[in-house]
Design a protein around this ligand. Sequence first.
Ligand code: ADP
Length: 476
Amino acid sequence: MSFGPGKEDFTAARIRASLPSFLIVWLGVVLFLVFLLFFLKRQLQTAEIQDVEGRLAAYLADNPVSGLLDISRQPKEAGALRGLSFIRFVKSGEQILLAEDGSTPVDFHRLAALDPKTSGVWISLRNPEKHGPWTITAQALSGGLRVQAGKEAGPYGLLYDRLVAGFRLAAVGGGLLALALALACVKRSLAPIRKVESDIAAILTDGRLLLPEEQADKELTDLYGRLNRLLRHNRRLIGEMQASLDNVAHDLRTPMTRLRAVAEYGLQADADADRLRDALSDCLEESERVLSMLGIMMSVAEAESGTMHLHREEVELAASLADIVSLYEYVAEEKKIGVRSDLEPGLWILADRTRIAQVWANLLDNAIKYGKENGEVVISSRSDGEDVVIVFADDGIGISTNEIHRIWERLYRGDRSRTQPGLGLGLNYVRAVIEAHGGTVEVESELQKGSRFRMRLPRLQPESEAIRLRSQMSGA
Ligand code: ADP
């Protein structure tokens, strides 16, 4: 089995990550080369044109001309053209071309067709727009006479061509180098991620529980520290869930065995329809009991492990308590117990409305269940600093000192309570939900005198105008 990205994925990711830096470096190299080439070209061409212009100026200084007629008297000896390949004089459509015999491959036909104003470096005589071996200068002399002189480009043209070829190679080579550099940099920068990946894979395969926190890099040590905290937290949650699951399985064994016994008893009844019906209704009752036990136990397990999902909203405490009092009106009446409310208006809490109502219901149900006939239950709520305090007080059977610490346990039922229906899960749920809301619950009790369940919950400060208005309205 393999965990995490494979080697190929990683290589592809590395290449992808390298591309931007590679392009930046490579473009930088190419731009630099292009700039250098441009600069060199300008320098070489300036040198060439200055050379041709200098030679022409020297020729004209030695051989001043004022008209085409003067030119027939120009010297014809070797070297008279000062190293120029040709000199061309043009006036009103007529022209004279001077070239040294046999020394240059001057194509007179092409020269004769050349525009007398054409000048520049590395001009092709075949196609003046294109790069060629000629450097030509042109200038106007007096009397409408124009002179044009040219020279085959010297070694600079060739040098430039070689430089272009060399730079092309350098661009390709630079590209490869930039790619290699970018890959190396990215490999280096991805190395910690690769290490994290392999250490995590090792945890999953070797069964190691935590990441090795001693690392060369401080950042990696911090990261591993945090990841280990997360792993410990998750392991604790899983442990708690496992424990809850074990408890639920254990606690359900008894009712399930009972259910099975009832079913077996029913099967033995053969054709006795009444017995069968009784068995079936017992089964139904028992299975409902199991289902509600399961629901409550799961909620408590969620609350205890910190995974209970609370739909918190602003709840007006007095209204929420009054709702439950009216719900239990008939039950209390039946037991001849009076329920008195002493509720401070305008107190708000941020709570899961349904769950908090279940808490009140459990407490009132107990107070009535374990209360005395003709007794009284008092429910009060008031603010206390940053909190609200809610008390359910009854004058019923009370709880003995050796039982009082056990009443919060799952499935615990007091000895004297067995005659009353119940699952022994109510108070367990009450405490889990109150604590999930950031509150506390405690009990004081005296046998035969009664019990007081006192809860403290964070009060919602009436900051928002809406709450203030609602408080005023409910207080009015
Ligand atoms: P149940 O009421 O189903 O037995 P609870 O978890 O609600 O389960 O309560 C646990 C035990 O605490 C009860 O069995 C009872 O002995 C005791 N108890 C709870 N509330 C009261 C009360 N108001 N007066 C006396 N005993 C109480």
